[in-house]
Design a protein around this ligand. Sequence first.
Ligand SMILES: [Zn+2]
Length: 310
Amino acid sequence: MNWLTKVKIFGESIKKVFKKRPTKEDIKNSEWTSCCKGPILKKELEENMWVCNSCNKHHRIGSKERFDIFFGKNAYEILDTPLPTEDPLNWNDTKSYKDRLKEARKKTDQNCGVMIARGNIKGIEIIAGAINFDFIGGSIGAAEGEAIIYGVQKAIDNQSPYVFFPCGGGQRMFESPIALANMTRTTLAINELKKNNLPYIVCFTDPTAGGITASFAMLGDIHFAEPGCMIAFAGKRVIQATVKEELSSDFQTAEFVEKHGFVDKVVHRKDLNDQISLILSILLKKNSEVKSELINETSEIIEPFTKTAS
Ligand SMILES: [Zn+2]
């Protein structure tokens, strides 16, 4: 008999002990995660807005964590967004779409991948939206499209600016044409916001790609991005295989996209609140609340908008 089956560790055979791998649930419930220097306590990262002090990696965060950082811990109201009919195509592959939705809801404590909140920063009422990447890769289906449009409607009703933090891989294949239709619907909604002369600020977070980049996320008056985040339409390997050229290592990073004009400014997570409220103060002509040195610092960013306005 194999000796491995005989030797016991804590009452279990060596084979059994080594076979045990952490489940997704174990990883989620663990106090630890990993970054450049190996294991790091989640609590330590959380205290630093989920940004690593050593390598400046901006770790992915959920919608609630995003609002906690943007508006202040629990200093906002989450708005109930409409929930359309689920699983309209009755989709099944390795598992059913209904089961995927159930799992995503359990994992994120959200009804859909987009959360809309109302809050106040420096005297400015803001309607904000954020996508949670943990909800089926941040993909957009009918419910997510409805939530984005609901946020636009709220912003118009309140005459408030709309701030959006996108991420995700694009439209959700389990809802195929219905998901694709939401590229057009969200684009039309953003146009309504613009007809009402309300500012629409986008802050890209990691990773934003596909139909999200190709619709509402690229229509901001001002585009911010978190350092190092991926912003793309098609993936790097697909493009490389098409153009048959070696692409630079920073291709599709926020810094690369900024250099090529699709992002106005890459901003550290801790400064986003200040920068966004500053831009909004200027756009809403609340200049008295704005520090002059910050206006100079951001004049390059607002120039395109003021040109359009004049
Ligand atoms: Zn790190």
